[in-house]
Design a protein around this ligand. Structure first.
Ligand code: GLU
Length: 430
């Protein structure tokens, strides 16, 4: 990637190793010419509003003390409170959390939920912690970021390696500090604590809904489609299940533990049960094991769903991809260089900020339900989710046709326009 002018890179980011933040900057540079007069405000998007880095010390079960790096970044709050997940992963870094928070800004605007963008994380492999250590780390982290979160300020949610239990501990810790139970401070909670029906499956369901829309636009029959999925957690696993229920065939699955392949189709419920028991696809007896994981990218399939981490589809593998549609279940899975290759090769990339927006959409429903203490049926939630996803996709599709740009650029035009319009209307303080 070409070096960017120094003024665009704050000194707290290593300009020689921009990481995911570099991807974001390049995406913003690509959308800027399409923003008209609002381009005047675009530098706003290249600087997160607020960054909190915290030390998270815990006492290990063996009596030793361990310290972890914790982050919460509020990228933009022009349209409403910060909103976005919390990730526990050994590769979490400032650059990553900044980029993830920025993608939340565009995502929330693209599906028009009244939020800004935020994200948090702890640099830790949670598999190395006991349940007690995990709880102590989560609670200390929540207490440290307590000063900037809140139901009207910034609302965390699950992301990679965080779940309903973690959200319950976060809600409880915040509430203890506050002196009263505050369920709206996080979403993705257990149903018994003000969680929403349908939230657990929402991201995967949104990926599926948008995938069906994209397939219909290019005349692909989902019921006959061959699918490859990277990441078999709450996003990839649910999307795979819904696509197979619609008649599609999942031929390959890759996760942190390995890659499995079966030409005639993997039995998804059996693989889901295996992953629930063993923590990954490795050792699954119902398919061939692919020893060379890089071969996953050239599997013969119609729809490829990256649903794991960033920058997985890059210059190295973009040319070998055989799918006609890429559905970005993950955040930031495709680099700008790969975007160019795929665009040239006529591969339809449905960008993260639309494809995986189902999760935050139902988070919004959860937050609204918490405020009103009135809970909706699962049917109502899925109907509303489906409607929002279809409308967002249709708007982005139309704009992409009109402006002759990729779906990513179109989604960024929609999202950034909404954010910068709000920015301009509010004006600069003081
Ligand atoms: N972590 C999810 C995302 O990346 C959900 C965020 C939320 O529900 O706030 O979109």
């Amino acid at each position: 990637m070409e070096a960017l002018p120094a003024h665009q890179i704050p000194s707290y980011i290593d300009s020689a190793h921009l990481g995911p933040w570099g991807v974001w900057l390049e995406q913003i540079d690509r959308v800027t010419p399409h923003l008209g007069k609002l381009a005047r405000w675009v530098e706003t998007l290249k600087r997160p509003k607020r960054i909190l880095i915290v030390d998270v010390p815990i006492e290990r079960d063996d009596g030793s003390i361990a310290h972890f790096e914790g982050y919460r970044v509020q990228h933009n709050t022009s349209r409403g409170p910060g909103k976005g997940g919390v990730r526990f992963h050994q590769d979490v870094s400032l650059s990553e959390v900044m980029a993830l928070s920025a993608w939340m800004t565009v995502k929330n605007a693209a599906v028009n939920v009244p939020y800004g963008g935020a994200k948090g994380g702890i640099r830790v492999d949670p598999r190395t912690l006991s349940p007690g250590e995990l709880q102590r780390m989560t609670r200390r982290y929540t207490s440290e970021i307590n000063i900037i979160i809140g139901p009207n300020k910034d609302i965390p949610a699950p992301d990679v390696n965080t779940n309903e239990q973690i959200m319950a501990w976060m809600m409880d810790t915040y509430s203890m500090n506050q002196g009263s139970t505050t369920s709206g401070v996080v979403t993705g909670k257990p149903i018994s604590l003000g969680g929403s029906l349908g939230r657990r499956d929402a991201t995967g369901r949104g990926v599926y809904v948008v995938g069906c829309e994209a397939a219909a636009r290019i005349g692909m029959d989902v019921s006959g489609a061959r699918i490859a999925v990277q990441g078999f957690g709450n996003v990839g696993g649910v999307a795979a299940r819904l696509f197979t229920e619609a008649g599609a065939t999942v031929v390959a699955v890759q996760d942190h533990s390995g890659t499995v392949f079966k030409e005639s189709g993997i039995d998804v419920p059996t693989l889901l049960a295996h992953v629930a028991e063993h923590g990954g696809v490795a050792g699954f007896a119902g398919a061939e094991i692919m020893a060379d994981g890089s071969q996953f990218w050239s599997v013969d399939c119609d729809i490829l769903i990256p649903a794991a981490l960033e920058q997985q589809i890059n210059e190295k593998n973009a040319n070998s991809i055989r799918a006609r549609i890429i559905l970005e279940g993950a955040n930031g899975p495709t680099t700008p260089a790969a975007d160019d290759v795929l665009h040239q090769r006529n591969v339809l990339v449905v960008p993260d900020v639309v494809a995986n927006a189902g999760g935050v959409t139902v988070s919004y429903f959860e937050w609204v339900q918490d405020f009103s203490s009135f809970f909706w049926t699962e049917e109502e939630i899925n109907l509303r989710l489906t409607r929002i996803m279809k409308e967002a996709f249709a708007g982005v599709w139309l704009l992409a046709q009109e402006r002759k740009v990729s779906l990513r650029t179109a989604a960024f035009i929609v999202g950034c326009t909404r954010v910068l319009q709000a920015r301009e209307m509010r004006g600069l303080y003081p």
